[in-house]
Design a binder for this molecule. Structure first.
Ligand SMILES: Nc1nc2c(c(=O)[nH]1)N[C@H]1C(S)=C(S)[C@@H](COP(=O)(O)OP(=O)(O)OC[C@H]3O[C@@H](n4cnc5c(N)ncnc54)[C@H](O)[C@@H]3O)O[C@H]1N2
Ligand code: MOO
Length: 410
């Protein structure tokens, strides 16, 4: 059993992040080919290029008449109407001088035509089958072949995340499969003899497991293949069994709780005896006990049981790792914000507060939301950023510019 007197070597946040990223870089990457219908939010493992030029035909930008510019030298000009081209229709004849063809937006512009005159500047005489053009626009109102993408142009670089705009681009080329980074296989184990399942009644000393759904939601938000979610009591055998079941199938194993110095803090013991201990103490509050270690081929995180610390530890350490394993950058945006109130508490470690931000003409204005206590979950649902109160002995004044991480869910 872990002894409370053990000394832990505390690392600064950035040092721990760098150590973690170096370890993650050594882990194997897997790819898979998936239908584009499942590609939203996935990270491309290889670039995608345009199989052909787009647009594939000259397209009318407006409803009007397709004509040749030589017929518009003297206006008004009356031209012979030779047909109609709705969107989707072909027109396999060459337009001759003196002719016009009615065309709809998106319609195929036939050979011989090089201008689409807008309907508003024309008058049609249906009986005579003519159209009189009184004015022309400055532009030709035709979208040229290949003006969006040339054949072979890069549509996406490797590492791009497919968003709804990306789905539309793939669809426009009828690309039906993409090769993406495999989602990291993740197991989650929440620990604690105080944790109740949803079907159990409240009792003194007991709480419902709120970090399980929290971590699961954070994982889903980051993109994972969830292998299993378990809750176990503070019982070494039960924990051992849960770990043994999940570990071989997981790239990442996230445990929650049991990383401090209590008599039942079993994860702390695991980390200490792991193949490689990356860190088990951070110069950060909350989440000073956040732990990371390699066990066999699995990267294990021991997040704090305190909900505020669990939330912070996930975003600063687990989220970037899940993204890195997919070859993508963290979705947190590291920036700075101006504190809107004086924060009087001081600490020997950097304190990470849960906050919200507003965009102002002078940059971001950040405010603390809810409690700063590690065990208080009254703000996890409304935090849109984390920001850092630097360690020290003096209060942090309103107006100070602080390191800020904008959260993906905002
Ligand atoms: N003597 C010391 N005690 C503590 C220290 C210390 O350095 N010396 N560190 C404190 C700090 S800081 C933190 S943070 C916590 C970390 O504790 P653990 O991560 O080991 O977590 P537990 O002890 O298992 O639980 C802490 C707290 O969180 C609640 N909890 C646990 N799991 C869940 C869950 N799934 N859902 C909701 N809440 C959960 C648990 O009931 C406890 O209240 O240790 C301090 N102590
Ligand atoms: O460091 Mo603990 O994680 O304050 O809350």
């Amino acid at each position: 059993m872990y002894t409370p007197v053990d000394h832990r070597n505390a690392l600064a946040i950035a040092t721990a992040q760098t150590r973690l990223a170096a370890q993650t870089a050594k882990m194997p990457r897997h790819t898979e080919k998936i239908p584009v219908t499942q590609a939203l939010g996935r990270v491309l493992a290889e670039p995608v290029t345009a199989p052909y030029a787009l647009p594939t035909f000259r397209r009318a930008g407006y409803d009007g008449y397709a004509v040749n510019h030589q017929d518009l030298t003297h206006l008004p000009a009356t031209l012979q109407l030779v047909g109609e081209i709705p969107a989707g229709a072909d027109f396999p004849h060459r337009l001759q001088l003196g002719q016009a063809v009615r065309i709809m937006t998106g319609g195929f512009v036939p050979e011989g035509a090089d201008v689409v005159v807008m309907l508003e500047t024309t008058t049609q005489a249906p009986q005579a089958k003519t159209v009189t053009i009184s004015e022309r626009q400055k532009n030709d109102n035709i979208t040229p072949v290949g003006s969006f993408f040339a054949a072979g142009a890069e549509l996406f670089p490797q590492g791009a995340t497919i968003n709804p705009g990306g789905l539309s681009l793939l669809a426009s080329f009828n690309i039906q499969t993409v090769t993406v980074a495999a989602l990291p296989k993740v197991g989650i184990i929440t620990t604690g003899s105080e944790l109740l399942r949803p079907d159990q009644p409240l009792a003194n000393g007991k709480i419902y497991d709120s970090n399980g759904p929290l971590i699961q939601g954070l994982c889903v938000e980051s993109g994972v293949d969830l292998i299993g979610v378990k809750t176990v009591a503070d019982d070494p055998q039960a924990l051992q069994a849960a770990v043994a079941e999940l570990l071989p199938a997981c790239d990442i194993l996230i445990t929650d709780g049991g990383v401090s110095v209590g008599d039942f803090d079993i994860i702390a013991d695991y980390a200490k005896h792991a193949d490689t201990l990356l860190f088990n103490k951070l110069e950060m509050r909350p989440g000073s006990v956040t732990t990371a270690y390699m066990h066999e081929n699995t990267l294990c995180f021991g997040l704090s049981g305190n909900p505020g610390a669990c939330f912070t530890g996930f975003y600063l350490f687990v989220e970037p790792t899940l993204r890195q394993l997919q070859g993508a950058a963290s979705r947190l945006i590291k920036t700075t914000g101006r504190l809107d109130h004086t924060y009087t508490k001081t600490n020997m470690y950097d304190r990470i507060l849960r906050g919200t931000y507003q965009v102002s003409a002078d940059g971001l204005v950040i405010s603390r939301t809810g409690s700063d206590a590690s065990d208080n979950l009254n703000n996890l649902h409304e935090a849109t950023c984390l920001f850092e109160i630097p360690r020290g002995t003096t209060p942090t004044k309103a107006g100070e510019v602080l390191t800020t991480w904008l959260l993906p869910y905002r």
